[in-house]
Design a protein around this ligand. Structure first.
Ligand SMILES: *[C@@H]1O[C@H](CO)[C@@H](O)[C@H](O)[C@H]1NC(C)=O
Ligand SMILES: *[C@@H]1O[C@H](CO)[C@@H](O)[C@H](O)[C@H]1NC(C)=O
Length: 310
């Protein structure tokens, strides 16, 4: 009986504790990758909504690009937190989003007031490690990471979703070109990155239609061009785990088969079916890619045969 009494007392005490240990949830990361329906009818008034929601403070605008803060709700159906850029809400903010590239070298533009006990700083970075500069003194400042990586606390990627069935009225875009590549600038002959080295070897064996991204003022033209090609060189500018960008998603969305150079094939297969792309490592080298049948990729069918160079 005494033991039972202690247990009851303990439980009563425990229940009465304010729950410091569980601050309200931050933005729900899982929702980012999903298609969320837009419900316009169930809107409550903004003021009552804000009251109970955790405040997410965007300390700086990523790349100084502003967007409508309501877009979380209107475009993605996420309305479980109050996203704001109003720094006077700092002391009540549960999360403070800090964009890595925007941090000054001397850390002078980071919050200076005392950090409330419940507050978490979120390290927001969209660049690959090769393109991320080292900033002394930020180690240990952050509580959560937000990036494209699968192992980030909050993962944000360009989502790819798959349909189980092909649309009945799907028409394959007309293919005028065999193999294309869109590059940032005219560094084809001088750049020493792996992707350019590979390209320079590849063009000795097959024609590649190269376009410069500056030529495309509208994203529509960009996608039309990609979809006019059978294959596209989806070469990443640096090679890192999970770093699979729009250079890959773009062609997939446009109905063009990506030929990827980036992390290993298995890493791509974490995100898309293994039969939806060709990996340069499926071949022994750039000379072999145009006119040989690669061995079957793991778990997949024979990938499409590219045909000889014309
Ligand atoms: C920022 O928040 C403070 C405190 O709630 C408020 O007084 C102020 O008007 C807000 N500023 C803007 C620009 O919304
Ligand atoms: C966040 O990290 C800082 C610095 O490491 C730490 O002092 C603080 O207790 C952490 N806050 C939370 C809510 O975990």
């Amino acid at each position: 009986l005494i033991l039972a009494g202690f247990v009851v007392l303990f439980l009563m005490y425990y229940k009465s504790l304010p729950s410091h240990r569980c601050p309200p949830p931050l933005a729900q990361p899982k929702q980012w990758g999903k298609r969320v329906e837009f419900h316009s009818t169930a809107k409550r008034t903004a003021t009552t909504q804000k009251k109970n929601k955790p405040v997410m403070l965007l300390w700086m605008w990523p790349g100084n690009k502003r967007f409508d803060l309501q877009a979380c709700d209107t475009l993605f159906g996420i309305d479980s937190c109050h996203l704001t850029d109003n720094r006077s809400l700092y002391s009540s903010a549960h999360g403070v989003l800090i964009f890595h590239r925007g941090i000054n070298d001397d850390l002078s533009n980071l919050p200076t007031s005392v950090r409330p006990r419940f507050q978490r700083w979120i390290w927001l970075n969209t660049d690959s490690p090769s393109n991320t500069r080292r900033i002394e003194g930020i180690q240990g400042l952050f509580n959560l990471t937000l990036s494209y990586r699968k192992d980030a606390d909050i993962q944000v990627r360009w989502p790819v979703s798959f349909k189980k069935k092909t649309d009945e009225d799907f028409v394959l875009p007309t293919k005028e070109r065999l193999l294309c590549w869109i590059v940032d600038s005219n560094v084809l002959l001088t750049e020493s990155r792996e992707s350019y080295n590979y390209y320079r070897e590849l063009v000795k064996h097959i024609t590649v239609d190269v376009f410069f991204s500056a030529e495309f003022s509208k994203s529509e033209d960009y996608f039309l061009t990609i979809s006019s090609c059978k294959f596209y060189l989806s070469f990443e500018n640096s090679i890192h785990r999970d770093y699979i960008t729009k250079a890959f998603n773009g062609p997939l969305a446009a109905g063009t088969v990506p030929i990827v150079l980036g992390p290993p094939r298995l890493n791509y297969e974490d995100f898309v079916p293994g039969t939806s792309f060709i990996h340069v490592n499926d071949f022994s080298g750039p000379a072999k890619l145009p006119d040989s049948n690669p061995s079957c990729p793991p778990g997949g069918q024979q990938p499409p045969y590219m045909g000889p160079a014309h």
